[in-house]
Design a binder for this molecule. Structure first.
Ligand code: 5RP
Length: 222
């Protein structure tokens, strides 16, 4: 099975799980990336059974609209039944590194706003300890140097993501080499550096459930 097939398998399992829970006035939260795109494409067939979506990026909002799915602003959503998104790394406690697509801030906001966050990944994303994948940190442009120096002091190596501006108008530092033995602590420490908008460690609020698609089938981390 190709990586794309596995992403579609995880997305299909998520769809089967969430569709029965979405009433006609239900709002679904949608993430960003190739796995989230698989979910969007499958969701299109069912656009009549729920009300609208909230998207974690302009790219996902555009894809949803191309499929005829209404997209609303998060502030207009009374509640979000479930948020579906991929991840770059997942550990056994369902803590994540996200932000490979640069949408980490809106992703964290959507996840925090939803009643449930279901993460969908292929098996290659599952690790024992987070941290091989660089941790993306969204920074206010004028604070790039300040935040970068604080990250070096914390033991990381920040690399500016070239030719990239987030949907919020900010920059991304991809941080290599951080020791993530206590991911929640590192998430807080990075957030406390002035000029940081958000970082891609999802430990304070891990995913509620993770669907992992592999060659032997689909399993859940709960
Ligand atoms: C985007 C993300 C994505 O969920 C993450 O990068 C995984 O992407 P993909 O599904 O393409 O492997 O956090 O900011």
């Amino acid at each position: 099975m190709s990586s794309d097939d596995l992403k579609r398998t995880a997305a299909k399992a998520a769809l089967e799980e969430v569709l029965p829970k979405l009433g006609r006035d239900g709002i679904i939260g949608i993430g960003t990336g190739s796995t989230a795109n698989c979910f969007i494409d499958l969701l299109a067939e069912h656009r009549g059974v729920f009300d609208a979506a909230v998207a974690s990026s302009d790219a996902s909002a555009a894809r949803l609209r191309q499929h005829g799915i209404a997209v609303i602003d998060l502030n207009a959503a009374a509640s979000i039944a479930v948020y579906i998104d991929g991840a770059d790394e997942v550990d056994p406690q369902r803590r994540l590194i996200k932000g490979g697509g640069g949408a980490l801030t809106r992703e964290k906001i959507c996840a925090a706003s939803a009643d449930e966050f279901i993460c969908i990944v292929d098996h290659t994303k599952v690790v024992d300890v987070l941290g091989t994948f660089a941790v993306p940190v969204e920074v206010i442009p004028m604070a790039r140097g300040l935040v970068g120096r604080a990250i070096v002091a914390a033991g990381g190596t920040p690399v500016l993501r070239e030719d990239f501006v987030t949907d919020n108008g900010n920059l991304i530092l991809d941080v290599y080499g951080l020791k993530l033995t206590d991911p929640a602590r590192m998430e807080t420490d990075l957030n406390n550096v002035v000029g940081t908008v958000c970082n891609g460690i999802f430990a304070a609020q891990a995913a509620d459930r993770v669907i992992v698609a592999g060659p032997e089938g689909t399993r859940w981390l709960t």
